[in-house]
Design a protein around this ligand. Structure first.
Ligand code: PEP
Ligand code: MG
Length: 860
């Protein structure tokens, strides 16, 4: 959209005086007063393209028409000479906002039909008349379209037939006065735009409630007649890939976009072994079109699609639209325009909507595919996946070993499902919200995931999923998940594969050159770290170490540690875990090659580590050499009423300090080892769920002690940074104190949202849609940062921390970090970086660049 400029007010005055403007190169036309199509036609005229005479009606005129004040349509028609035939097309400010369909051949009546029968032949004249009657009957008189089908062989009988039906249905003869016809067409288009349905539809596409509609009235270039006449559409890029290539069709003796609708009998544009082409038949017209395409690209700075007509051998360009394009094509087109110097790189960056990159990063459901939606939930991780339903992690692994794509369907997921989640192509859970276990893990893995699919019943034992409408899906039945919309579809729906080509990388490198906030990734495993690197994250902002223990072999040791009765038993399990952790960290440090890695100390919501299934209880009983009843008793003992507010994070670090000590040792030993082999490492250690300064002091003293011991034992010098995860309201309120012992504060907005609202991360999904539908919350606050409430705490925390520690590094690492709105917030609050799921990194790089280009930060 063009920026509003100061001449707009003046233009508005002019159009107030004159309800329509003849479009010439100097006429007062602006996107904001007459719409994009009118402005584009004026540009084509300025570029010397052969555009038929066109008149533009302003937003104000059309608005008045809708209210009943019609302009003098006879004076409009006078602009087109004697016996005019015209078309009317919509011209909204943004073409994406839609508008009523075009109406062609206005002015056709019995006299005109007779005259054209002489010049064009009876068949062509009848076809034109029939088409007009059909369009008028359906769109203006609002009659049933089925009654007005245009027959393949239009003749006088068919014409009489539709005239009779028209008269029967409306009690009036078909109008013969062109001025009256035009008046009714204008009125019906103006009213259609102001109708509630059209308004809601365009508002959903971002149009303001009072968006205006302009209309353009254009002389019909006929496309029918004895000499070569016809119509076609030509564009110069492939809409799917964005590669430069002439595409489109031309059809003799046709109008508008007939060539695209009825491909049979249509000509290719360029020479083609499959059949005749426009290039063969009309080489001069073809060459002229190609020239115009080039001119448009260069001067309109865009890849356009030209709608053209050949009128008795002469080319007319009726319209030019932005060539339609997929997400991947949009990137290639923007990069290629910038590389050719047509637009600056910054503009190429701004032309791609960050959210559109998701389409390139994940498989998508083919937009042409049929969708049989059976349920809907919260879209928790983007992309689409199809596969056979499995109801357990074991079945998912079995599916993987058979090379059969599967969708893991669970009420909710737990750590013991991790292997199955890795094996699955998509995840569906009945419970949960944006930050529940399934959602967080799926986003990390880049797996499409739909959570909180309330209304479905999952029977794990019978292996059946039943939807609210009573449709049943059994293990092995195929379904498709759309993680972008939250839809669950029956069957295996066709997909489009992701594409990360060199133009994608190029565009993002231009984005990096202008953005002014750091971007790290949340990564816990080597594969996520590699992904983070490949998406050029500037480090790891959150490594959730508890996720490192979800693997089968480690989960058991971890459980043994949690179940240990005596310090000796606990130490024995920690001794087993130490080398595993050390190896984990060495690998992460090596992958990140000296980039910062922020390791969060163990933050288990304990319930996530307790076995819940009978088989897991039995495994644990075996490894602890205890009766199963004893394991059950211990699980009951350790179970908490409110585990997310229970023995988590630093609370475990304070009560069972050996765990954090083991982790600190593993981090430091890995630091020494990785620094010896490669880039020097300065690890960042983060304490989770802090709410009091004393917690930090206690943990810091112990970690400093471990650092000193490792320095002593290895003889190696190393540095480390200790930081705090600010995710309780109290940590934000007392950030001045808490920051004293920290070099960084990272805001965990998942827990902070949970605790600020008093909403459970895992349960809120059940009623969130009701809350959003009834407008209690504008959006799910676990998805969209609540700037007013949670944001207030973030600001307060940042200000207070900086008051005592001006150089403290500030960041956010909750799921919100991946959203443009929260990045804008973090930028405005002066945060140093955001840390999001690896798959969000490219989207966030682009979003941050948009923010920097649109609202540059002022120098401090
Ligand atoms: C958070 O609470 O925002 C966070 C990042 O940590 P987790 O989701 O692991 O609780
Ligand atoms: Mg947290």
């Amino acid at each position: 959209m063009l920026p509003r400029h100061s001449g707009v007010a003046a233009l508005q005055k002019i159009v107030t005086l004159k309800p329509f403007v003849h479009i010439t190169s100097s006429a007062p036309i602006a996107v904001e007063t007459h719409g994009g199509r009118a402005k584009c036609l004026q540009r084509l005229i300025r570029l010397g393209l052969p555009v038929p005479t066109t008149v533009a009606l302003s937003f104000e005129t059309v608005h008045r028409i809708a209210a009943g004040a019609l302009p003098d349509t006879r004076s409009i028609l006078n602009e087109f000479g004697a016996a005019p035939l015209v078309s009317v097309r919509p011209s909204s400010e943004d073409p994406d906002w839609g508008g009523p369909g075009a109406i062609l051949n206005i002015g056709m009546n019995d006299d005109r039909h007779a005259a054209l029968s002489e010049t064009l032949g009876a068949r062509a004249a009848t076809k034109l008349y029939l088409r007009f009657i059909q369009a008028y009957a359906v769109h203006v008189a609002r009659l049933d379209p089925d009654m007005f089908d245009v027959p393949e062989a239009p003749d006088a009988t068919a014409l009489r037939h539709v005239m009779d039906i028209y008269a029967e249905e409306t009690d009036e003869a078909f109008p013969q006065d062109p001025a009256a016809q035009l008046a009714e067409v204008l009125r019906s288009m103006a009213r259609a735009w102001e109708g509630t349905t059209a308004r809601l539809l365009r508002q959903a596409k971002g149009a303001p409630a009072d968006a205006g509609l302009g209309l353009v009235v254009q002389r019909m270039a006929l496309g029918l007649g004895p000499a070569e006449s016809g119509a076609g559409v030509m564009q110069f890029v492939d809409s799917a890939t964005g590669r430069r290539q002439i595409t489109g069709r031309y059809r003799s003796q046709s109008q508008s976009r007939d060539a695209l609708k009825k491909r049979k009998g249509a000509l290719y544009l360029t020479r083609d072994p499959r059949g005749e082409s426009l290039e063969d038949r009309c080489p001069e017209v073809f060459a002229e079109l190609v020239r115009h395409g080039e001119t448009c690209r260069e001067k309109l700075r865009e890849e356009m699609q030209l709608e053209f007509t050949i009128e008795a051998g002469e080319l007319r360009v009726l319209d030019a639209l932005r060539a339609p394009r997929s997400g991947r094509a949009a990137v290639r087109i923007a990069v290629s325009l910038a590389e050719d110097g047509v637009i600056p790189r910054e503009e190429a960056v701004l032309r791609i909507e960050p959210r559109a990159l998701t389409e390139l990063l994940h498989p998508q459901i083919d937009p042409e595919a049929k969708r049989d939606m059976v349920a809907r939930g919260i879209p928790a991780s983007p992309g689409a996946a199809r596969g056979k339903i499995v109801f357990s992690a074991t079945a998912a692994q079995a599916s993987e070993s058979r090379d059969e794509p599967c969708i893991l369907v669970r009420r909710e997921t737990a750590p013991e499902d991790i292997r199955g989640m890795h094996a699955a192509h998509g995840i569906l859970t009945e419970r949960g919200g944006m930050t529940s276990h399934a959602a967080v893990i799926a986003r990390g893995l880049g797996l499409p995931c739909v959570v909180g699919v309330s209304g479905v019943a999952i029977d794990d034992r019978k292996k059946v999923l039943t939807t609210a409408e009573g449709r049943s899906f059994r293990e092995g039945d195929e379904i498709t998940l759309d993680g972008g919309t939250g839809e669950v579809l029956a069957g295996a729906v066709p997909m489009l594969e992701p594409s990360l080509d060199e133009t994608f990388q190029e565009l993002l490198s231009w984005a990096d050159a202008v953005r002014d906030i750091g971007i790290r990734a949340n990564a816990d495993s080597p594969s996520e770290a590699r992904l983070a690197r490949s998406f050029r994250a500037q480090g790891i902002g959150l490594c959730r170490t508890e996720h490192m223990f979800f693997e089968d072999d480690r989960l058991t040791v971890m459980r043994e540690m949690i179940f240990a009765d005596t310090p000796e038993d606990r130490q024995a399990t920690l001794d087993q875990l130490l080398p595993m952790q050390r190896a984990d960290f060495v690998e992460l440090f090596e992958i990140m090659q000296g980039l910062p890695v922020c390791i969060r100390l163990f933050d288990p919501p304990l319930h996530e580590f307790l076995p819940s299934e009978r088989s897991a209880m039995r495994d644990l009983a075996e490894s602890l050499d205890l009766p199963i009843a004893e394991v059950t008793r211990r699980v009951d003992q350790l179970s908490e009423f409110n585990p997310m507010l229970g023995m988590r994070g630093v609370r475990l670090g304070i009560t069972v300090p050996e765990i954090y000590e083991m982790q600190a040792r593993a981090i430091f030993e890995a630091t020494v080892e990785a620094s010896r082999r490669g880039d020097p490492v300065v690890p960042e250690i983060m304490i989770p769920l802090v709410s009091a300064n004393r917690e930090v002091e206690l943990v810091k003293t112990r970690i400093d002690g471990v650092a000193a011991a490792v320095r002593n034992q290895t003889g190696a010098e190393f540095d480390y940074r200790l930081g705090v995860m600010a995710e309780t309201p109290r940590a934000c309120l007392r950030a001045d104190e808490i920051a004293q012992h920290a070099t960084f504060l990272s805001f965990g907005t998942n827990d902070l949202t949970q605790m600020t609202y008093g909403l459970s991360r895992d349960d809120a999904g059940r009623f969130m849609s009701d809350y959003v539908n009834q407008g209690v919350f504008a959006e799910d606050p676990f998805h969209m940062l609540d700037v007013d409430g949670v944001g207030e705490l973030l600001k307060m925390g940042a200000e207070r921390a900086r008051a005592t520690m001006p150089d403290i590094v500030l960041s956010i690492c909750g799921e919100h970090a991946g959203n443009t709105e929260s990045i804008a917030f973090c930028r405005a609050a002066g945060f140093d970086y955001v840390s999001c799921s690896p798959f969000r990194v490219p989207v966030v790089r682009l979003a941050a660049a948009h923010l920097a280009l649109r609202a540059p930060r002022t120098a401090d």
